[in-house]
Design a protein around this ligand. Structure first.
Ligand code: GUN
Length: 279
């Protein structure tokens, strides 16, 4: 039977560690404050934003919420980000994605001051991660690294295959695994013989965005499988990119959906918020 990598309890532990640290920083007069901006009412975004604010409250990080209407223009959003960049009360700025189609995400993310870029999406932050300079790490890939480390799974020298090449997950995931001395392959929608490549993996990170796409025949026996996907299946139940029931008896460890990677993203965001007031 595979080991279930329990993101819920690992994230709870991290949040408790951060809470203790935040209490200590507060005693020194240092308080973190996260500004969260949501444009429009995408239901998934509303849930994520609510969970982020709750996590702030639990840990003792202040938060400010900006819920802007769908019709907000790019100029208006950029102006708000610029105002928050200058606001000394605000240490971290998060613009929830996706943005409505009429707003260019890149323009908005470029406006966020790198010092306040707790999502880790600004090109300067990405560049620092790429060359290994200290800086904010993107939350989901950093959460995956924590899941592996805190489950006692060694990355060094392992064959790591990441399926997906998005700027938010796939690309930074590959870089962070490389930083841990994994031997990394990035596969994607145009990859030929995907199964042949994924079956090499000791550690397989799946971010394909297709429900239950990865079945046992994509996975080497005894591999570690990390599932970044989240979807609703035909019975309206949450599921990942991995066909969990098919794969579970074939692997050594796997993340469930829900309760795997998802809660880690928020825990790592909280870590970045605390990072804004460390030192
Ligand atoms: N949308 C989906 N994931 C994320 C995330 O990690 N940060 C932000 N800002 N938006 C998202």
């Amino acid at each position: 039977m595979a080991h279930l990598i329990d993101g819920k309890s690992i994230s709870a532990l991290i949040k408790d560690e951060l809470k203790v640290e935040v209490d200590g920083l507060h005693a020194q007069g240092k308080d973190a404050c996260l500004a969260v901006i949501q444009v429009g009412e995408d239901p998934a975004s509303t849930v994520y934003v609510r969970n982020k604010k709750r996590a702030c409250e639990y840990i003792g990080i202040k938060s400010q919420s900006y819920e802007l209407p769908e019709e907000t223009t790019e100029d208006e959003l950029v102006a708000l980000v610029k105002k928050l960049n200058k606001d000394d009360e605000v240490n971290g700025i998060l613009v929830q994605l996706p943005l409505p189609e009429h707003i260019c995400e890149e323009n908005v993310l470029l406006t966020i001051s790198p010092e306040k870029d707790v999502d880790g999406f600004h090109p300067e932050t990405v560049g620092k991660m790429c060359i290994g300079t200290k800086g904010y790490l993107p939350c989901t890939p950093a959460g995956v690294i924590q899941l592996l480390k805190r489950s006692g799974i060694n990355i060094e020298g392992k064959e790591c295959v990441v399926i997906g090449r998005s700027n938010i997950v796939g690309k930074p995931m590959a870089l962070l695994l490389l930083r841990e001395n994994g031997t990394v392959t990035i596969a994607h929608s145009r990859t030929k013989d995907l199964k042949e490549i994924t079956r090499r993996a000791d550690i397989l990170v799946v971010a394909v965005g297709k429900p239950k796409y990865i079945t046992k025949d994509y996975v080497k026996e005894g591999a570690v499988v990390i599932d970044v996907g989240i979807h609703r299946d035909e019975n309206n139940k949450l599921c990942g990119d991995v066909d969990f029931a098919d794969v579970v008896d074939h692997v050594s460890a796997i993340t469930p959906v829900p309760g795997g990677v998802g809660p880690m993203t928020i825990a790592m965001l909280m870590n970045n918020c605390v990072e804004t007031v460390r030192n």
